[in-house]
Design a protein around this ligand. Structure first.
Ligand SMILES: [Fe+2]
Length: 275
């Protein structure tokens, strides 16, 4: 979680076998409810079925900005990333230096049990958060003061480094499908191959040939423009900004992107095997 939430308590972090479910979530569907959480935060559940308890993805927004009621805390999650879709949040992380603003287009990897705190947010903050497992323990740390005196960007937390990706400094490179470009967030390197997070774009209309993957998790969130996913057995779907999709292993699909598509891609493992 971006913010601590006492409703997230699990005895351990073991997880079930993931369900191979094809999941579409639409921003404007009538059953797509925003529910109000703590401190006026609004949540949209992007994977209601939780894939056997393995993954959670949330679209979170905070209409009113200002100082937050947050305190130093940490999460017992195996994987947790936050992408800032709009606005900014001022955050501070253990051993990562002074507070900084996570701005629109930026992304952070929160490695297991890193202490952190959200200090302030802009009005209209929107973030996408993806974590594994779907439920994990959150604990307060009343001893630690942030920022810490030590700065140690290479420190490992549960085998992962903290990663901060700044959209402003990013460069675009070819994606795994011809014609698309992507900016890598550095999360594949920071997690030692556990997960990859990229922002993918198309500057022209593209149809990618049918393909599939044999990985554990592939999640797409449309940031701008439109994407059509045609899949054998799972139907054809036109996705627009705010819509998202989980494509399970073993499903053949074709992607058709419009000019100006921009989407967030999260996959485990980082090197998504083809099938
Ligand atoms: Fe948090």
């Amino acid at each position: 979680m971006l913010f601590p939430d006492s409703s997230y308590f699990m005895p351990d972090i073991s997880v079930n076998t993931p369900d191979r479910e094809f999941v579409i979530s639409r921003l404007n569907s009538t059953n797509d409810a925003w529910y109000v959480g703590r401190a006026g935060m609004q949540y949209r559940d992007l994977i209601p079925g939780r894939l056997g308890g393995r993954f959670i993805a949330s679209h979170i927004r905070i209409p009113d900005g200002g100082e937050t009621q947050d305190y130093v805390h940490y999460h017992k999650a195996l994987f947790q990333m936050i992408y800032c879709k709009a606005g900014w949040a001022r955050v501070v992380y253990e051993d990562q230096g002074p507070p900084f603003a996570l701005e629109a287009g930026d992304c952070a990897l929160q490695p297991p049990e890193i202490r952190h705190r959200v200090l302030e947010s802009s009005a209209g903050l929107e973030v996408i958060e993806v974590a594994c497992p779907a439920e994990y323990e959150t604990r307060a740390d009343h001893e630690m003061r942030l920022p810490t005196r030590d700065i140690s960007p290479e420190r490992l937390f549960g085998g992962q480094r903290f990663a901060r990706h700044r959209a402003r400094e990013a460069s675009w490179e070819p994606w795994r499908l011809d014609g698309f470009e992507a900016r890598d967030t550095g999360i594949a390197a920071a997690t030692n191959g556990l997960a990859a997070v990229r922002v993918v774009k198309s500057d022209s209309a593209i149809t990618a040939p049918a393909h599939g993957h044999a990985g554990e998790f592939l999640f797409l969130f449309i940031l701008q423009g439109e994407l059509r996913i045609d899949s054998r057995g799972q139907g054809n779907h036109q996705l627009r900004a705010g819509d998202s999709c989980v494509i399970p292993a073993g499903v053949d699909y074709t992607l058709r992107a419009d000019v100006g598509l921009e989407m967030l891609e999260v996959n485990l493992p980082a090197d998504l095997p083809r099938y």
